[in-house]
Design a protein around this ligand. Structure first.
Ligand code: AP5
Length: 212
């Protein structure tokens, strides 16, 4: 399956990806994770990306597009992939579309996880991550277990100020890709409000994968 997860920051893209991937057996390609790895590795691209990310701004298209097109050309993505956080602008969507056409493959689904802005800030500022496993927690909705709690970290862009900027960028830059995928006929909307289990069930339904 070739699929994309779209949604505002904090919609639950990473949370749902972790729940679906074992079942789908495809690589999870998160541009946010790739960029954060480049920042940690201290590469030139990582140093440039860090400034944009900390401020809640988008990393320039030319950087991200090249990174993703190289990644989906790797052998493990030949039979499918789950893109998370890409595309995020109309030029990114058009570049991906061109690459898939050249490879003579099509997208199976673009899943849009919908959550209203008023819920987002609480989800983002309460998020914590386990740096060892990448597991995502929330201080209220999904607290880390006692043996993990001491080592969880908060992302640098999970401040209220950066979150509001990310939301603004989502509405101005990312929502224009929604009609693009509606026209291609592969957009599937999922209500992202409810427990993570409820959202997973909705995802399985729109992907026609049956109940867990
Ligand atoms: P990225 O890492 O992609 O961040 P994002 O899209 O802002 O999404 P998040 O990771 O914040 O949220 P999520 O939807 O995965 O939610 P999660 O599951 O963690 O990008 C970061 C930055 O990198 C960007 O701002 C940009 O600078 C740059 N970048 C990345 N891709 C780019 C691109 N293509 N072009 C340009 N720049 C790019 O959940 C959030 C919290 O809510 C967690 O605490 C979780 O436990 C909780 N939660 C999840 N589901 C539920 C639920 N159902 N109920 C209650 N709580 C829930």
């Amino acid at each position: 399956m070739r699929m994309i997860l779209v949604g505002p920051p904090g919609a639950g893209k990473g949370t749902q990806a972790a729940r679906l991937l074992d079942r789908l057996g495809i690589p999870h390609i998160s541009t946010g994770d790739m960029l954060r790895a480049a920042v940690r590795a201290g590469t030139e691209m990582g140093r440039q990306a860090d400034e944009f990310m900390k401020a809640g701004k988008l990393v320039p298209d030319d950087v991200v597009i090249g990174m993703v097109l190289d990644r989906i050309a790797e052998a493990d993505a030949a039979e499918g992939f789950m893109l998370d956080g890409f595309p995020r602008t109309r030029p990114q969507a058009e570049a991906l579309d061109g690459a898939l056409r050249r490879a003579k493959v099509t997208l199976d689904a673009v899943v849009l996880i919908e959550v209203d802005d008023d819920l987002i800030v609480g989800r983002i500022t309460g998020r914590r991550m386990d740096p060892e496993t990448g597991a995502i927690y929330h201080i209220s909705y999904n607290p880390p277990p006692a043996d993990v709690a001491a080592r969880v970290i908060q992302r640098k862009d999970d401040t209220e100020e950066a979150c509001r900027e990310r939301l603004a960028k989502y509405h101005s830059e990312t929502t224009p890709i929604i009609p693009f995928y509606e026209e291609l006929g592969c957009l599937k909307r999922v209500d992202g409000v409810g427990t993570p289990d409820e959202v997973t069930q909705r995802m399985l339904e729109v992907l026609e994968l049956g109940a867990e």
